[in-house]
Design a protein around this ligand. Sequence first.
Ligand code: NAD
Length: 254
Amino acid sequence: MEVDFSTEDLDEVASLIARSSCTVALTGAGVSTPSGIPDFRGPQGVWRVVDPEKFDVEYFYRNPDEVWDLFVQYLLPAFDVKPNPAHHALAELERLGKLCAVITQNVDMLHQAAGSKNVIELHGALRDAVCINCGARYPLAEALKRRRAGAPRCPKCGGVLKPDVVFFGEPLPQQALKEAFMLAEMAEVFLAVGTSLAVYPANQLPITAKKRGAKLVIINADETFYDFFADYIFRGKVEEVLPALVARVKDILF
Ligand code: NAD
């Protein structure tokens, strides 16, 4: 991977963050690839094996047993991993009082595992399963334990349970989305990290932040859809750039 950024840029962004009262990070699948979760569309991605149309919500409603079997066989095992230095660096930035929140498109809960407290999950999380009939919510682990094959059922009403992650064709959780846009409006520095910024509406957050006066910093291995909009671009590995950046912030603060 080509590393393409200067130490001057690193110093400038570190000092912007150190002086800011609100820095916000938006993270995507690239933050978790160093933990071993492939980004879904990459060469090792799940969508090479599983047809993504099967994770369309309408398909799920028609074929919940098939989708649960695919989910348990192909998707869940990929998520049995630990946080990496990129997650830890963001958690450290929050502990330093410099990161208001992480807004994530990931469903893996690795930010919380690293110690981040204020995490806005735009696409849900692999934490719970929800009954599509009565709305009752259960820990995903409990639903998996109860399941033999196919879809687990709601103990209260017998309805089908659905993993509480956003499927294709489903709206995003409205409260999370509202909070995310409020944070984008408040941000003085907005970090877009490990995301191609291809997925709407998350990709509107950096635009909102920038229009409200934030400095936009993109940290990603490849080009993103909004590079032309950024004040700083760090073309490199998140697990290297973020720890280096946070170390510089600490140098400035202490
Ligand atoms: P994306 O796949 O569109 O983009 C990921 C970006 O990360 C790519 O541009 C890639 O170049 C970059 N990248 C990969 N590894 C990197 C590294 N080590 N350092 C720096 N950059 C790296 O991901 P997205 O924007 O998050 O959108 C995909 C959707 O798939 C999201 O909606 C997300 O919910 C879902 N998803 C989630 C997970 C997860 O929870 N971990 C994993 C895969 C997909």
